[in-house]
Write a protein that binds this ligand. Sequence first.
Ligand code: MD3
Ligand code: FE
Length: 206
Amino acid sequence: MTALAVAPGVTHWPGYLDPAEQAALVDELREVARQAPFFTPRMPKTGKPFSVRMTNCGSLGWVSDEGGYRYQPSHPETRQPWPAMPLRLLRAWEELAGYPQPPQACLINFYEPTAKMGLHQDRDEEEFAAPVLSLSLGDTAVFRIGGTVRGGKTISLKLASGDALVFGGEARLAYHGIDRILAGSSSLLPQSGRINLTLRRVTKPP
Ligand code: MD3
Ligand code: FE
């Protein structure tokens, strides 16, 4: 398995999950989504809907609505606790994150072919010493990452099904986003679209 150093703190593992593991993970995520249905997050203050739909597994999940961005222990619509994180994800974190505690949150983003995510920083966590681990499934995405200042230089990277990306160190607060989805580039999912998982540590360890 070969790791590519994309930028300081950013490691790309193309094809980290083999096709059988990708398919098994999709089955596990289908069960997660049965228990915790995808919801449409909304922008703080304006209430404008995201084009990406989301759900979570793990002890905490990321949500966004008129009241703001936050992590919470339960689904915003069903009020049920988030489902447990599949063991396969805990193993990927152990293998790639280099962080001594397990992840608390796995945000599951679903992109229809027309969905995108504007450049942003992830700063709703308390523990920036932990990396963020991303796993991509389904159609390839055109991903963009810059530095820690808005408006600086950015680089573009394609993320294909099975790829892992780790963001730690100085990349942890880098601006990043998804420019577009290449519809029909993968046959993993029954329809075109993309799933991205982000595994995170939210609180500082005690
Ligand atoms: C770089 N998701 O959920 S994953 C997000 O593909 C998010 O769904 C995108 O940005 C997606 O917040 C990008 C890659 C990623 C995730 C977290 C990061 C890159 C990151 C945190 C810090 C720096
Ligand atoms: Fe992000």
